[in-house]
Each structure stands twice: as structure tokens, then as C-alpha cells.
Design a binder for this molecule. Structure first.
Ligand SMILES: *Cc1c(COP(=O)(O)O)cnc(C)c1O
Length: 394
């Protein structure tokens, strides 16, 4: 049996433990010390973002965003159903109703052409998710938000160091969120950040992040006592995780370049299968520069996907799929959604498979993966057409 190729291996850049030792030596391992500040500064400068506040996770950053948008019972939030649960939970936990919109067949991002129809007098937020680190059509989304006076919260969990028309993902909406979970491109175990692009939200964001207190203003000498001023939570990460993260963010470009090489290798080797209609490869629109967060393929149908997954496992290659659409989950059903409501989301999520893509993947391992995919798809009995829904753009 060949060595297993896991789905993910967390990448260690090299200096993480050294920086953690330094954080401990500096004597402050609570929040907002040297490394938390340095990570924020690095992200602000490199990605040209007004203000970045590190958080314990992207989920936490989304929760903060929902508080900052004053979400309450009866409000509606527009988002894709093809996303991770946290995108919806952050708003639902404050009483909002998720309004799910179908996705585009090319990027699998929310279909911006369907958003306006979903807007009602109760809509408060549009929450686009940049799937695979490829940007949603933010020009259209921002114009709609302006017209209808809505907040835009970008779920850029997968989009750290990705770009849309020369703007970093996460820097375009009023707020944006990043994830540094161990499965993402830049990691610290569990971690995240809130990007504040509307300066008017900055002061409140600091308060919400620090248990609803004005501690940060107090430290800066702006107020003479430190007290409870707002509803808040505990959204400051420890210096230990920030020190780890700094070791990764220092190599922002190196990590991006490596992932691009791995992604292109995989793509080049699978192109002949796409040409024969056996699968569909990811599409990155011209206006976007991705961060090569994940490599997915779309198979002809659900059974072909499931069978390929099992076939790869027999070869000791661990691929995965996602997402179980939120609208057809038990929670989605509680909001009145049914199977059939979002045809593209349902079709594409059944046919999608993610291949291993991590920094230390070797050429030999990549060859094993692409050859196994080809071996499977070229077998007799596998459907010959990856029934790829044509992309209709007007
Ligand atoms: C990973 C992910 C999250 C959650 O990130 P955490 O840091 O694990 O909380 C949210 N949304 C999307 C789209 C993600 O991929």
C-alpha cells in the first residue's frame, strides 16, 4: 500500500515556536501585545485595509460583524446556502432570518444577479462568501447595498491575500472577516480577523471585541476610567496564537507562490480530462486574483463523485467534499426551505470534490493524485459528460 496522502497537513513556516518563545519572554501572553499588533499592522499594510483586528476565529469575527450591524429579531441577511455554517450562525444567533440565494455555476459564489429579488424591507445585510478565495462580483454587490442602504459583510475566511480589481478581499465591504484555521492558507490553529473598512465602526468594534468595555480608549488615555459601555464579547486572541500567526504572515508571498505552483500543476494535468468532458476545473474570472486556497473538481454527477471519493480512498488518497447546503440542512428546513429551492447549489454541491492541496505536497504525490483521478474517470461505465451548466453572463 502506498503512503497515505492526507487531505491537509498544517504548514509550519519555521519561526512560529521562536516567536511564541519571544511572546512568553516579553511577559504578556494575554491579548493585544506585540505580536497581535504586528500581525494587524502587517495585514493592514500588505492588503491595504483601514483596520484589522485579530479575533479567536473567523466565526468570532462574523459574530462581531453581526453585533456591529445591530442585527436583531426580524432582520434578514442575504447569503449563499453554499457556505460554512458560521456565515449563517453569526446572524441567526441574534434572531435574524437567513435568506439564501443560489450560486453562479462558474465561481460557485453567490449569484449577484439574484440578490435584488431577495431584498425586502427587512433586509439589513448582504454577506457574500468568497468561495475558494475567488472574489464575488463586489462592484454589483456594493452598488446594490448603496441603493438599498444595506451593510455588506464579506466572509473572506478563504480569501486572505486574494484580490478583486486590485482590492484585497475583505477590504471592500463595510466589514470583512478572515480565518486562520489550520485548514486555511495562513494558519495559527484557530484564529481570525475582522477587517473594518468603514472608519465609523472602528471605535465600537474595539469595544465589542473587548467585553463591551472601553479598555482600549482607557489605555490610550482617551477616557479616565475603564468601564462597561456596550454589549460585547471576548474576541481578543492570545499573544501565543498571534506569535504563531506572525511566523506565517511574514511569508505571505512565499506561501501564495507555493500554492499557485501546486494548483497550476494539478490544473495542467487535469486539463485533458476537462477537454474530454469528464470533469470541470475551477474558473477564476479575469477581474480576480485568487490565493489558490483550494482545488476542486466537478464530476458528471453525484454517484461519480461518491465513487471517485471511494476510489481515491482505496489508493490511500484522502479527498473530501462540501458543503451540505445550509438551506436543506435541519436548521435550513426550520426556516422553511426545501430541497429544490436552490437548484445550482444542490447540483454543484453533489458533484464537487476537493483534492489535497497543501504546502508540503510533493510532485510525486501530486502525480499520484492526478493519475488516480484520470484512471477512475477513464474507466468504462463512468458518465462521459460532466454536464457542466453553461455560464450565462449578460
Ligand atoms: C473556515 C470558514 C469559516 C470559519 O472559520 P473559523 O476560523 O474556523 O471560524 C467561515 N466561513 C467560511 C466560508 C470558511 O471557509
Amino acid at each position: 500500500m502506498l503512503e497515505p496522502i492526507p487531505f491537509n497537513k498544517p504548514f509550519i513556516a519555521g519561526k512560529e515556536l521562536f516567536y511564541i518563545a519571544q511572546a512568553v519572554t516579553l511577559g504578556n501572553i494575554g491579548g493585544d501585545g506585540h505580536f497581535t499588533t504586528e500581525c494587524s499592522r502587517l495585514l493592514q499594510e500588505r492588503l491595504n485595509i483601514h483596520r484589522v483586528l485579530l479575533t479567536p476565529s473567523c466565526t468570532a469575527a462574523l459574530e462581531m460583524a453581526a453585533i456591529l450591524c445591530d442585527i436583531g429579531p426580524g432582520d434578514e441577511v442575504i447569503l449563499p446556502s453554499f457556505t460554512f455554517v458560521s456565515t449563517a450562525n453569526a446572524f441567526v444567533r441574534l434572531g435574524a432570518r437567513p435568506v439564501f440565494v443560489d450560486i453562479r455555476s462558474d465561481t460557485l459564489n453567490i449569484d449577484e444577479r439574484l440578490i435584488e429579488k431577495a431584498i425586502t424591507p427587512r433586509t439589513k445585510v448582504i454577506c457574500p462568501v468568497h468561495y475558494a478565495g475567488v472574489g464575488c462580483d463586489m462592484d454589483v454587490i456594493m452598488a446594490l447595498a448603496k441603493k438599498h442602504d444595506l451593510w455588506v459583510v464579506e466572509d473572506a475566511a478563504q480569501g486572505v491575500n486574494s484580490w478583486y480589481r486590485s482590492q484585497a478581499l475583505g477590504s471592500i465591504g463595510h466589514l470583512g472577516t478572515f480565518s486562520f484555521h489550520e485548514t486555511k492558507n495562513y494558519i495559527c490553529g484557530e484564529g481570525g480577523a475582522l477587517c473594518i473598512n468603514d472608519p465609523e465602526l472602528e471605535e465600537r468594534a474595539e469595544i465589542v471585541r473587548d467585553k463591551g468595555t472601553n479598555r482600549r480608549q482607557f489605555y490610550r488615555g482617551l477616557v479616565d476610567k475603564y468601564t462597561w459601555v456596550e454589549v460585547g464579547g471576548s474576541y481578543v486572541p492570545s499573544e501565543i496564537t498571534s506569535a504563531f500567526l506572525f511566523g506565517q504572515l511574514e511569508l505571505l508571498d512565499e506561501i501564495a507562490t507555493r500554492r499557485r505552483t501546486l494548483y497550476e500543476f494539478c490544473r495542467q494535468h487535469l486539463l485533458p480530462l476537462e477537454a474530454d468532458g469528464l470533469l470541470r476545473l475551477p474558473i477564476i474570472p479575469e477581474e480576480c486574483v485568487g490565493n489558490y486556497h483550494l482545488f476542486y473538481i466537478l464530476l458528471p454527477d453525484g454517484p461519480a463523485r461518491d465513487n471517485l471519493l471511494a476510489f481515491l480512498k482505496e489508493q490511500n488518497i484522502f479527498a473530501v467534499f462540501h458543503y451540505v447546503p445550509l438551506h436543506s440542512s435541519p436548521m435550513g428546513q426550520k426556516f422553511g426551505y426545501r430541497e429544490g429551492d436552490l437548484p445550482l447549489t444542490e447540483d454543484l454541491s453533489r458533484r464537487l470534490l476537493r483534492l489535497p492541496l497543501y504546502f508540503t505536497l510533493t510532485t510525486e504525490e501530486q502525480l499520484r493524485i492526478v493519475r488516480a483521478v484520470a484512471d477512475f474517470l477513464r474507466r468504462p461505465g463512468v458518465p462521459r459528460s460532466a454536464k457542466v451548466v453553461p455560464v450565462v453572463r449578460e
